[in-house]
Design a protein around this ligand. Structure first.
Ligand SMILES: Nc1ncnc2c1ncn2[C@@H]1O[C@H](COP(=O)(O)OP(=O)(O)O)[C@@H](O)[C@H]1O
Ligand SMILES: [Mg+2]
Length: 131
């Protein structure tokens, strides 16, 4: 796991238990995705999960990226739906991302995903500048 935190951000007003759960959800999904890809037996594959924060023009961005399985286009539009999961029974509830979406929204932010199927996935949380 690689981390890169923007120290200039300082303290941000949020409910830490809730945002902590969001970040944990995203990281757990990322580790699952790289683990699945690793198990597929690719040679020279280095599973990598990265977490970063940046501050630009007073907007704060938190990104969780991975070089795992990626998300196929037809699945991508469903990942934020409650109970949507592609994981085997017992391994996924399909609630992580829908809950995370709601928590981020309640904090005034947005949660979006960029992915290349088979290659990588990146979830971004953006908090706009507060007035
Ligand atoms: N980092 C990721 N890489 C690939 N697919 C992902 C990733 N994160 C989420 N997904 C997809 O989104 C689905 C929903 O995720 P989530 O709401 O956390 O539920 P769960 O993890 O219980 O399946 C996953 O089952 C998976 O198909
Ligand atoms: Mg999950």
């Amino acid at each position: 796991m690689e981390t890169d935190f923007d120290e200039s951000i300082g303290l941000v007003d949020m409910i830490p238990q809730d945002m902590g759960r969001v970040v944990l959800n995203l990281i757990a999904n990322a580790f699952y995705a790289v683990d699945e890809k690793k198990k597929s037996g690719l040679e020279h594959y280095e599973p990598t999960v990265s977490v970063s924060t940046t501050k630009k023009k007073n907007a704060i961005t938190l990104k969780v990226g991975d070089n795992g399985m990626g998300i196929p286009e037809e699945v991508k539009e469903k990942v934020f739906q409650p109970f949507f999961t592609t994981k085997p029974t017992g391994q996924g509830t399909g609630l992580g991302l829908s809950l995370s979406y709601d928590i981020v929204k309640a904090h005034g932010g947005t949660l979006t995903v960029k992915t290349i199927s088979g290659e990588n996935t990146e979830f971004s949380i953006i908090f706009p500048p507060t007035k």
